[in-house]
Design a protein around this ligand. Structure first.
Ligand SMILES: *Cc1c(COP(=O)(O)O)cnc(C)c1O
Length: 388
């Protein structure tokens, strides 16, 4: 650009180029809605689906491509799509794979907003959503209908913690040509090898461990099969599922420490779970690494870790007012949804309202064990039990 620009044009047009010969560990943060093409031929040859070129911010930048590639690698997958939340990623699967007249099966302990989505699809979109016992295993074969297109699984249910037999469900599904989507958020994609066990699509809420900062909402869909990836890509494009560059960067920033953090959460959670098992107020500790948890044997067979999330059931003789007092009395455990960050969290659930099978159980309280010292966390729970 040689001719002198007017001040207004000069404000808009910059000759800024990323410095050549500059190298550093972090990925660069590329903000872009418009992506520039060298010429018309380059514009016409770029295919957003192939990711062989940058075409538009919504279809990816070097920052999001880097994050996608790294997430696919962690799960041993080939393709990855990012969504603005874990729930958006779940919805993208349903809208990509289901149409009016189809049937979808969800575990009865499914992440509750996924159940809500199922209800909406049933009420307004001509899809039937049916719910199966998460411990059904190979018995799922009896629930599969000719119009069943998709089975959701979760590893394990993030409130009541039952561990499903993923290989048995996948085997039954694949025998009938049904796809299986795994919500692998609980294991951060580290402790459960979803594709090896048969899942077709792995969904993760990056909001949790991957970000690790309690500051980002993001989701991912990872696949191995190219044709399936393309079906998901079409929904991704049609629904306009973009993620912001700064958020993608925050998730990238969390990845180097993901395994170390996950293992630290895991070790602390097991210490707390073991301690809680000795308390008379607690009737059951629902932690997949402990025998009380339904599906414990499956966890032992299929998982290599557990992370920081588990639940307890209070003795059924203890009324809700007292367990509420327990939760309110906690000081280090803050009351809040989500998990995977450095801070410990707690949440009481009215589980009897959520599932028939839980009618006569005590109050369920879920703990997300953060990265604080376990001595302090146990002392906090002890004083809150005394206060209740
Ligand atoms: C948090 C969570 C989601 C949804 O993630 P968001 O980013 O909060 O929408 C989905 N599944 C499970 C198991 C989760 O814990």
């Amino acid at each position: 650009m040689t001719a002198k620009k007017s001040p207004q044009t000069a404000l808009v047009h910059t000759d800024y180029q990323a410095p050549p010969g500059f190298a550093a560990f972090p990925s660069a943060i590329h903000h872009a809605s418009t992506v520039l093409f060298k010429n018309v031929a380059a514009m016409r040859s770029g295919d957003w689906k192939e990711k062989n070129a940058y075409t538009y911010g919504l279809h990816g930048t070097p920052t999001t491509f880097t994050l996608e590639a790294r997430l696919a690698e962690i799960e041993d997958g080939r393709h990855c799509l990012l969504a603005p939340s874990g729930l958006a990623a779940i919805a993208m699967v349903d809208f990509a794979l289901l149409k009016s007249g189809d049937d979808v099966l969800l575990p009865d302990n499914v992440y509750n907003p996924n159940r809500e989505l199922g209800k909406w699809l049933s009420a307004d979109f001509g899809v039937t959503a049916r719910y199966y016992d998460p411990l059904i295993g190979a018995g799922i074969a009896d629930m599969i209908q000719p119009n069943t297109k998709l089975i959701w699984t979760e590893a394990p249910g993030s409130v009541s913690m039952e561990v499903s037999d993923l290989p048995a469900i996948c085997q039954a599904a694949h025998a009938r040509g049904v796809l299986v989507a795994l919500d692998n958020t609980w294991s951060a994609g580290l402790a459960l090898r979803g594709f090896e066990l048969g899942a077709d699509i792995i969904m993760q809420a990056l909001t949790k461990y991957q970000s690790g900062g309690s500051d980002v909402l993001m989701g991912a869909l990872i696949t191995r099969d190219r044709a399936l990836h393309e079906r998901l890509s079409m929904a991704h494009m049609r629904l306009g599922m973009g993620v912001g560059a700064d958020d993608a960067y925050l998730v990238l920033r969390g990845l180097p420490t993901l395994k170390l953090r996950f293992d630290a959460h895991d070790a602390s959670a097991r210490k707390l779970a073991a301690w809680l098992r000795t308390r008379p107020e607690i009737s059951k500790v629902l932690h997949p690494a402990f025998e009380d948890c339904p599906g414990h044997a499956i966890w032992q067979r299929d998982f290599s870790g557990a992370g920081g999330l588990f639940s307890v059931l209070f003795d059924p003789s203890i009324p809700e007012a007292r367990t509420d007092r327990f939760v309110d009395a906690l000081k280090l455990f803050k009351i809040g949804y989500s998990w995977g960050g450095a801070n410990s969290l707690v949440m009481p659930y009215r589980i009897a309202h959520m599932r028939q099978a839980w009618r006569d159980q005590g109050i369920l309280v879920r703990f997300n064990v953060g990265l604080e010292d376990t001595v302090d966390l146990i002392a906090d729970i002890e004083q809150a039990l005394a206060a209740m």
